[in-house]
Design a protein around this ligand. Structure first.
Ligand SMILES: Nc1ncnc2c1ncn2[C@@H]1O[C@H](COP(=O)(O)OP(=O)(O)OP(=O)(O)O)[C@@H](O)[C@H]1O
Ligand code: SF4
Ligand SMILES: [Mg+2]
Length: 309
């Protein structure tokens, strides 16, 4: 359903300097399947979503949805009825001047051709599933909490019944009970065949959402595993260790071993080189390709060069 091949995107700053947000990203998502995409702040997750949401177009490489290149999609209404994006920042998705009833109804009316009374009834019927009451529809976005707004954005996208849902760190402003409610309702739609790209920087949440984990770092994929129990890349290990340490050690005892992330602009060395505890001299001379360890598992690390099938 979704095929991304060697996707590259640079932001151009006012001073002419280019920021390389995506530097050759490749993965695919078959129809009906889901994946968690995990990566730290600034690795390019939202940039990818904006490309998939047709907001950014000036990229190289290819992105195909149902066999059609995104650049060739003429009927955006048809595309948005199949692909829905839930923004990381819910405020940026909603006009502060609109009543939330209008915001919630709009896709059902515009994309599904539903009558506005029927649309409103459907929204009201489903609000309890996200823990909200119908009176919220009379409010505007600045009159509800960020978490309430994020849950509304989720429901609005789900009611379109998309084939693919892009969730961009949607749990960041939610408490634990709301996260559980949101995952429950997303999973109901998954059972009906909807695919989800679940984006997060939380490896535990990523693991609880999907067996397939795609690990992203500095605009590229470092590991893509269909079974998260086998994550082997040194960066994936860093994420797992950090999470285990946070769970097992009191906060004041926890000191991260890794140096802070810093931009790498050289293409000829491993993107994780500066933070890697396993690096060798070879890692300075080569940008590793994604080595295929099995039909379900790829890893971008020279340690696995000889293990490739
Ligand atoms: N409009 C912009 N202009 C210039 N640089 C940008 C712009 N938006 C993002 N960037 C840069 O592109 C890189 C990727 O940003 P992006 O927002 O995609 O990261 P992210 O993985 O979503 O991070 P986060 O987890 O913090 O949301 C970062 O280095 C960021 O500073
Ligand atoms: S290629 Fe080298 S530097 Fe990069 S992750 Fe593997 S061991 Fe570490
Ligand atoms: Mg982001």
């Amino acid at each position: 359903m979704l095929q991304i091949n060697e996707l590259k995107f640079n932001y151009r700053q006012d001073d002419g300097k280019e920021i390389r947000a995506l530097r050759g990203l490749s993965f695919s998502l078959p129809e009906g399947e889901s994946a968690s995409l995990v990566g730290e702040s600034g690795c390019g997750k939202t940039t990818l979503c904006n490309i998939l949401n047709l907001t950014l177009g000036d990229y190289s490489g290819s992105v195909l949805f149902d066999g059609t290149k995104l650049k060739d999609i003429g009927n955006t209404k048809n595309y948005y009825s199949k692909v829905q994006y839930i923004f990381q920042d819910p405020k940026s998705a909603v006009s502060p001047y609109q009543k939330l009833a209008y915001f919630m109804n709009a896709p059902l009316i515009n994309l599904k051709g539903m009558h506005k009374v029927k649309a409103l009834n459907l929204v009201m019927e489903k609000l309890p599933d996200i823990g909200l009451l119908p009176d919220v529809l009379d409010k505007r976005s600045n009159e509800v909490s960020l978490g309430q707004l994020q849950r509304l954005c989720l429901l609005k996208s789900l009611l379109v019944s998309p084939k693919l849902l892009l969730c961009d760190e949607i749990t960041a402003s939610l408490d634990e009970r709301s996260i559980k409610d949101c995952l429950t309702i997303i999973n109901e739609y998954r059972k009906k065949g909807m695919s989800v790209l679940f984006i997060t920087h939380d490896i535990d949440l990523a693991k609880s959402f999907s067996k397939r984990i795609i690990v992203m770092f500095k605009g590229t994929i470092l590991e893509d595993a269909k079974d998260e129990s086998s994550l082997v890349h040194p960066y994936s290990q860093e994420l797992l260790n950090a999470s285990a340490a946070l769970k097992g050690i009191q906060a004041q005892d926890f000191a991260p071993k890794s140096a802070p992330s810093c931009p790498i602009t050289v293409d000829s060395i491993c993107p994780y080189y500066k933070r890697c505890n396993d690096k060798t001299a070879d890692c300075l001379n080569e940008f590793p390709k994604l080595f295929k360890l099995s039909g379900n598992h790829c890893v971008r690390c020279l340690k696995f060069k000889n293990a490739e099938i």
